[in-house]
Design a protein around this ligand. Structure first.
Ligand code: NAD
Length: 299
């Protein structure tokens, strides 16, 4: 029987801070398939994430038995490549000042020191941030735009650059993108649409460059809307979910589990010939050219 088996593989999932987002769905699927998982968690949410885990606030159980366990939770701020990039006000911020080693380079170094080269099979980038996400692109400041692209797109380049040398040949990198990188989605502002367009383009270029350099694959999943903590910041997420439910090719909305399963496939040997791809996991919404009208629904 064909099986999706990640036994003996290790994954680093960057951007898990609660159990509501796509990162959690991806972690669940990877653990279910047998992978050992480490997560990278943004310092501002690290404490609450650890406390929520300790207090049993998250359902860790897996279908078919077993529980989600993390090999380690690393503090990670993917907007900073090295300690020299961290500005004074962030370094002194109360959520950062007791932490160390949270830049991309330092996290990669800590994996190398602890586990050695070739310690990683899977790298997942499921993070985004845009300080001006509620502003239209046309009203976004230069600083807001660059911050969105830095945290949400360049962070992926930085992670592949720094984690790539730790990955085994045939390893797999997956990120999360959204349709607003290809089409106009009103309300997805602050430069986030530009960041997703960059992320998708970089997926193709990195697939070639990291493929030739380390023999690893790079793909991105374009997911439908999910009422995660980040998505709630946009302010229209519940309406977007309902809009998709009505207008997607398959009536309904995708879940975090659907995205997790697609990520597990991309990270598994079953996906060995798939790279440079933007895989839509959105019930086919991206394929539609007009909203479903009442009179068409009967078809
Ligand atoms: P989420 O809130 O669960 O995940 C976003 C994570 O990014 C959070 O854990 C946050 O702490 C982390 N983060 C923010 N800035 C960071 C930084 N500088 N360094 C490290 N971590 C940082 O929300 P989500 O919606 O599941 O988002 C995960 C990914 O899925 C994002 O790339 C998002 O754009 C993408 N996505 C989301 C939707 C949706 O509707 N929710 C749709 C398509 C794609």
């Amino acid at each position: 029987m064909l099986s999706l088996d990640l036994t003996g593989k290790r994954a680093f999932v960057a951007g898990v801070g609660d159990n509501k987002g796509y990162g959690w769905g991806i972690v669940r699927a990877l653990v279910q398939a047998g992978a050992a998982v480490r997560v990278g968690t943004w310092p501002p949410v690290l404490n609450i994430f650890i406390k929520s885990m300790e207090r049993g606030k998250f359902d860790l159980s897996l279908p078919g038995g077993g529980e989600i366990e993390f090999e380690k939770i690393h503090p990670l701020d993917a907007a900073f490549d090295t300690p020299a990039d961290v500005p004074e006000d962030i370094r002194e911020d109360k959520r950062y000042r007791d932490l160390s080693g949270y830049t991309v380079q330092e996290v990669a170094d800590s994996l190398r020191d602890e586990l050695g080269e070739g310690c990683l099979d899977i790298l997942v980038h499921t993070l985004a941030n845009a300080p001006e996400v509620q502003k239209r692109l046309i009203d976004t400041s230069r600083a807001g735009y660059l911050a969105a692209v830095s945290a949400s797109a360049y962070s992926m380049v930085s992670m592949v650059q720094r984690f790539g040398p730790l990955m085994k040949a045939r390893g797999s990198v997956v990120s999360l993108t959204y349709l607003a990188g290809e089409r106009v989605v009103p309300g997805y502002g602050g430069g986030m649409s530009s960041a997703k367009a960059a992320l998708e383009n970089d997926t193709r270029t990195l697939a070639f460059e990291a493929g030739r350099r380390w023999g690893i694959r790079v793909n991105t999943i374009s997911a439908g809307p999910l009422a995660s903590r980040a998505a709630k910041a946009i302010g229209t997420i519940d309406r977007m979910v309902e809009y998709y439910r009505t207008n997607a090719a398959l009536a309904g909305v995708n879940t975090a589990e659907d995205v997790g399963n697609a990520a597990a496939f991309l990270c598994s040997p079953l996906g060995r010939a798939v790279t440079g791809e933007t895989l839509h996991v959105d019930m086919g919404y991206h394929a539609m050219g007009m909203p479903v009208e009442d009179q068409l629904q009967g078809d």
